[in-house]
Write a protein of this length. Sequence first.
Length: 192
Amino acid sequence: MALYITSVTVSSRTRACRNESKLQPNGILETIMESERLRAIFSSSLPGASLPIVQTTFREAIMKSKKVFIVDDDPEATRNLKSLFDQDGHQSRTASSAFEAEDLIRMETPDLLVLDVRMPFWSGIDFCRKIRNDGEACPILFLSAENNAEVRQKAMDAEADGFISKPFDPDQLLMRAKLLMENGAFGPAAHA
């Protein structure tokens, strides 16, 4: 029995891209990528040619995806961020408070923690400071509507690894997140 996974990605570069993956019984994950741009390239250069099929093992596909925890008390912002990271191939989890996020982190270490600065009961900056004091070394990226030097400095003093102001460019956020996940945290592990 094969498992089919279909996702649709829309970006400024490809306009619309439909990915359909089929998990074969032998463990091969077959991904068929279609986009208006690819379709145009293939139809003009090789009439009648089909779109490329990329094969990789299911384990390799899972290993490439990173765990992103998103902590924001705004449900719409959380939903949009989750969708953005999921469409980029990551495994994202959400929390609406620092208390929820703390429980998530106890169960599983993320490859990236995306925090809002202003949340009820426990600010993102205080939460960042606490998890750094607890020895958590995952990269921490702040997203905030507060764009002043004082807030940015407080985030950096709490050993955050980055700060992006809202509203933000989704491609810029994904690029920054990728760099942080590839290079690791600059927090306590980097200062040791």
